[in-house]
Design a protein around this ligand. Sequence first.
Ligand code: ADP
Ligand code: MG
Length: 238
Amino acid sequence: MEPLIKVRNIRKIYRMGEERVIALDDISLDIFRGDIVCFLGTPGSGKSTFLNMVAGLEKPTRGEIYIGGVPIHKLNEEQITLFRQKNIGFIFQAYHLMPMLTAEENVMMPLIFRNVPNKERKRLAHEALEQVGLKGYEKRKPTQMSGGQQQRVGIARALVGSPKIIFADEPTGNLDSNTTKEVMELIIREVKEKGQTLIIVTHDRSIAEYATKIVTIQDGNIISIQDKERPAEEAQAK
Ligand code: ADP
Ligand code: MG
């Protein structure tokens, strides 16, 4: 089976004046359709940098990234934006909701970019909010909701219109342990139901129990890959 996401020897160096920070050293990885991948590592290990490269938010210094055969590293700004809007949902630690917009309007945002007609946008947004347990909250603004509720809106926004791939950067980083469990179970249930592929990065070890594949990153390198479904392929880690 061809991997859905193929990462080959990516490296990312940030230059700050005279200083060079090697955020990612040399990372290669295969991710398959339906995988639930947890990237584990201490703060500063390169997790967000990795996610941003694969989502096309930043370009690697060198190396190759393919998603469904598309060379992400070669696309220009416009091509990558279109690709992302069509194929990728993103869940952020700090929710990144638009404060002036209601829950319903926030969830409809990605559909505007995908040219979904207004009526259908509303229907899909309501459906997504119901799926995350927020039926009746459609007209609330983010400030009128708890952190857990805001992250549920963030999840509804990432899931709406069923993108193939969901990226989540410390999605439970601002939540208490009970809410973390609720939010994780919700994400996993939705992703499994639709057969989506999920990549979640976190420093929280308890998140790893939800994953089919646990990738540990340290100082910009993968130091181990534990694949619960394909143990034989662990040898691909380098
Ligand atoms: P994590 O998400 O695991 O906490 P990051 O990917 O954010 O780690 O950061 C990895 C390393 O790269 C850190 O040393 C960080 O300071 C550095 N870094 C990240 N982004 C930038 C940037 N835009 N400019 C300079 N250094 C950066
Ligand atoms: Mg980070």
